[in-house]
Design a protein. Structure first.
Lengths: 220, 348
């Protein structure tokens, strides 16, 4: 039983030293582990708090690569670094590329930009003219942990959020919707989800410099 | 995660481990419905495929009634020749239709007819062959053939501008669809040649060296002639669009059929389909109907939709955005060739 599991059992009123339902083994802790794993995955998908680094060898004329990540699901690229050229690659997408150059896939040379497609595909513009290596820092949504000793890929400050999530699901499985909702709202507060989509005040937002006259009626 | 595990979890939340209130088939149905709801709301599932030209069909058939006897575990079927829907007969050449009614003016037609689409490139076809979209395809976002984008064009526009549209060959720059039900499209014009990289024996091309074909559709090919595997640090497969169709599409998650199936959605996103299924189960008119739990899982599903939107936004977090006013000169980093501003001359 790891620390998070202990905290969840405390939260729901279970005896940690002598649990009668959630015994300290793989079967006994399965419901709690499932909930904690779901919480960890969701927190990382929303906050991007865990990443892994990959070195992708580029091959000449091959510009689109499907990545097979065995440790979890591919989230998104945070940084892409072209090792030989010692510079960052900018993020773009194929809509923009089509606007600037409808034959962008025929263009080969040193990659300048990268784009993500689907769940697990990354592409480069230009298609590499020769061999190189791209180092990418990618947010990975990890597979769940199975054993007590497995590493928990969660930032400490989100620990209690995961506990609230698991407690919420526990109460839901007991049929107590009120307690489940209370715990879930705490979880949302702790990961800052409630402020991620704030209601914006009505008004037209504009940018202007001090050299330009203010536009009446708008927010500056 | 296999659906069997998801089912076990959902049963735990339903407090119905033995299926005394909700049957497994019902839960599977609402789970599949929730998956589709997620995709319709968020468009999060995006397919990226290399589609081979010619399309690889698993079976050809002639009559509509034959369709019901085709193997149900495969999906790529081609209805060959021309089918008269009301007369319920099949013909190849237009003159056959005329002879049937005793007409004397025989309609000449250039080109051959074929039973499998790949045969179209073995001669000169009278009608250009179709190409299959993957079975999960819903809407196209980007299609390129041989590294150049091709755009959708409707049949009306093609017919208005080209008398030989049915058999035109050349460098494809567009595609049109015969109908949406068949999940097919036709390159316009048909590409002149294809790469017969490899074949075993004679007749239909059954394998191309270095390619793997999806058993599901028979059409989707990943080019894996060279790749890195997990032992090299990360598994990588090339998607090579040379002489093939590069397709980016909005997909529909495949329905779960078997308990060993896995959802097409990301693992953490499929969790929200569980929430949607639980909401429906608790809201269904059964002995297990509980409004408070229906509301709880409904809220979880709604929050899940927001989480997915946030996730999609995060995927663009490395973009560099620049704000400009109309007083700034516009910068063009990637210039198209263009004529000078003074050309052609502008009349006063």
């Amino acid at each position: 039983m790891n620390e998070l599991e202990r905290l969840v059992l405390q939260q729901i009123g279970e005896d940690i030293d002598n649990p009668d339902i959630f015994t300290d083994d793989v079967v006994g802790l399965e419901p709690i582990r499932d909930s904690l794993n779901d919480a960890i995955q969701e927190i990382i998908a929303v906050t991007g708090s865990y990443h892994e680094t990959y070195y992708i060898p580029l091959r000449a004329n091959q510009g689109i690569y499907r990545l097979d990540i065995s440790t979890g699901d591919f989230g998104w690229v945070q940084n892409a670094w072209l090792v030989n050229q010692k510079r960052r690659l900018e993020q773009t997408d194929f809509i923009r590329l089509n606007r600037f150059n409808p034959r962008w896939m025929e263009s080969t040379g040193t990659p300048e930009e990268y784009f993500q497609l689907g769940n697990d595909v990354i592409g480069f513009y230009r298609f590499p003219g020769g061999e190189d290596i791209v180092k990418i820092d990618a947010v990975i949504i990890p597979k769940g942990y199975n054993e007590s000793r497995d590493r928990i890929k969660l930032k400490d400050s989100f620990k209690w959020a995961a506990v609230n999530y698991a407690a919420s699901e526990y109460w839901a499985s007991r049929g107590d919707a009120q307690s489940a909702t209370r715990e879930f709202l705490k979880y949302l507060e702790l990961i800052g989800m409630q402020s991620m989509h704030p209601r914006s005040g009505e008004g037209i937002r504009q940018l202007s410099s001090s050299k330009e006259p203010r536009v009446s009626g708008g927010e500056i | 995660m296999k659906y069997s595990k998801r089912l076990k979890r959902m049963r735990r939340f339903l407090r119905d481990p033995d299926g005394k209130i909700w049957e497994s088939s019902y839960i599977k149905g609402v789970f599949n419905a929730a998956q589709r709801d997620i995709q319709h709301s968020t468009h999060v599932l995006e397919g990226v495929q290399i589609v081979s030209v010619p399309s690889r069909y698993q079976y050809s058939y002639l009559y509509d009634w034959e369709h019901g006897y085709l193997p149900t575990n495969q999906k790529a079927y081609y209805q060959a020749f021309r089918y008269s829907h009301q007369g319920r007969y099949v013909f190849q050449n237009l003159w056959e239709k005329q002879v049937r009614i005793g007409a004397t003016g025989i309609q000449a037609e250039n080109g051959n007819h074929y039973t499998h689409p790949w045969e179209a490139w073995a001669g000169i076809p009278a009608v250009n062959p179709p190409v299959r979209f993957p079975s999960s395809f819903d809407q196209a976002k980007f299609i390129a053939f041989d590294k150049e984008q091709i755009n959708y064009i409707d049949k009306k526009s093609v017919q208005e501008s080209d008398q030989s549209w049915e058999s035109r060959s050349g460098e494809p720059f567009a595609y049109y669809r015969t109908d949406i039900t068949e999940n097919e499209f036709v390159l316009y014009p048909r590409n002149n040649s294809i790469t017969w990289s490899d074949s075993d024996g004679e007749g239909a091309i059954t394998s191309i060296a270095g390619d793997t074909v999806s058993d599901d559709t028979g059409t989707v090919v990943n080019r894996t002639a060279t790749y890195f595997d997990q032992d090299e640090g990360i598994g990588v497969t090339f998607l090579n669009p040379t002489n093939q169709i590069f397709l980016v599409s909005e997909d529909i998650p495949a329905d779960i059929v078997d308990d060993q199936d896995e959802s097409d959605l990301h693992n953490f996103i499929a969790k929200y389909a569980e929430c949607g299924a639980l909401e429906r189960a608790y809201g269904a008119n059964t002995d297990g109907k509980i409004r408070s739990l229906e509301a709880y899982w409904s809220e979880r599903f709604a929050v899940g939709m927001q989480m997915i939107e946030r996730f999609k936004k995060n995927r663009k977090s490395d973009r560099v955005y620049q704000l400009q006013s109309d007083r700034c000169p516009q910068t063009r980093r990637h210039r198209h060739p263009r004529l000078p501003d003074t050309y052609p001359p502008v009349n006063p």
